[in-house]
Design a protein around this ligand. Sequence first.
Ligand SMILES: C[S@@+](CC[C@H](N)C(=O)[O-])C[C@H]1O[C@@H](n2cnc3c(N)ncnc32)[C@H](O)[C@@H]1O
Length: 416
Amino acid sequence: MVAKPYDWAQGAALDEHSRRKHKILREYFRRYISTRCQLPQQSKFRLVVVDGFSGAGRYACGSPGSPIIFIEELRATLSAMNIRRAAEGLARMEIQCLLIFNDADNDALETLKANCAPLLAAIKDEVPDLHLEVRYLNDEFETSYPTLKTLIAQGRFRNVLFNLDQCGHSQVTHDTVRDIMQLTGSAEIFYTFAIQALLAFLHRRDPVKLAGQVKHLGITSVELSSFERLMSNDAWLGAAERMVFDTFRSCAPYVSPFSIHNPDGWRYWFIHLANNYRARQVYNNVLHDNATSQAHFGRSGLNMLSYDPSQDGSLYLFDMNGREAAKVQLIEDIPRLLSESGDALNVAEFYESIYNATPAHTDDVHAAIILCDDLEVLTTAGGVRRRANTIEVGDTIRLKAQRSFYPMFVPEKKGS
Ligand SMILES: C[S@@+](CC[C@H](N)C(=O)[O-])C[C@H]1O[C@@H](n2cnc3c(N)ncnc32)[C@H](O)[C@@H]1O
């Protein structure tokens, strides 16, 4: 039996946290397509998008929901890309996309079909390079999962993007999240949940551990269950992020544990799971283009959750003020990371090692590397990079011979 917080037949209201989430989802998906279609020699891209809690596609105010956002962005991004490619003398790009829309509510799914039909018909007539196939499934997500997994396997898709916009926390199991991430090397998930529901789950699983995770905030188990007082507490945001990170880190190599920044308090989390640093790098950059839509509490350099919760940590809203502070931390953190692994790292290896635990923008990471007196960046030909925006994945970052002293043993920080 499905609870019905969304009355799609009467027209559902679009909450502020969903509006913010939709903007990030749209911008990320646009960059996802552009990034995956950027090779000049490429002329075809195949992907599957699974919207596991699709809803009806439109809200009472007329704003699009996630399934319509995916369709609109596929169309707009491919059209813009092919205009640009034609101007550059490149072959047209063709996209084949299987869209699987699932919702347990039959009314929602029928309304979704009606909302998608005119868009799909227009694409068929007007965008010959976009081949969309839509499958509608009407069941609880966990029940539909084996069917949609078979569809993905039959279509031999390697690029797989899931949007799991559940109500609560318990409608997708961690085993399923882990299974999705193992479907292919380029699987990604957007996963939404209410932190209150995650707390209830953690409380059932290990109440002693949970009490330990919030002890430094002076929160008792009783307060945890009353919950409302925690909502606007920045230090609570930091503790919750650690719990989220801890809970999902076994599911994927790259987990962004950031909360939606809501005037209503830290209630909803919109997290991104990826197998590849590149996806997380793009996601971090999108968050900075949507400054103040998401929030992080802790450090803003590398090792974002390693700080003493009773002394350090601050709110990072992905905005310009935060970015200046991040650069200061990065200038200290990056040479330390290099010295911990020797004295040089290939840029791709460096990215692989940092992106799970930093909220930083790529431009700030590059700027810090160039600004740091202890570092130099060498090209494959042995030249030295002088400008941050020219750093490439094939380059090497190296500690300069006359570097400042980084001690072999550093005292462990409390809380890290
Ligand atoms: C938050 S709404 C989805 C909103 C939509 N993703 C959007 O962005 O417009 C959640 C949807 O999940 C559906 N739902 C609830 N429980 C479900 C379950 N166990 N499996 C699949 N769908 C479910 C509800 O009917 C509702 O339409």
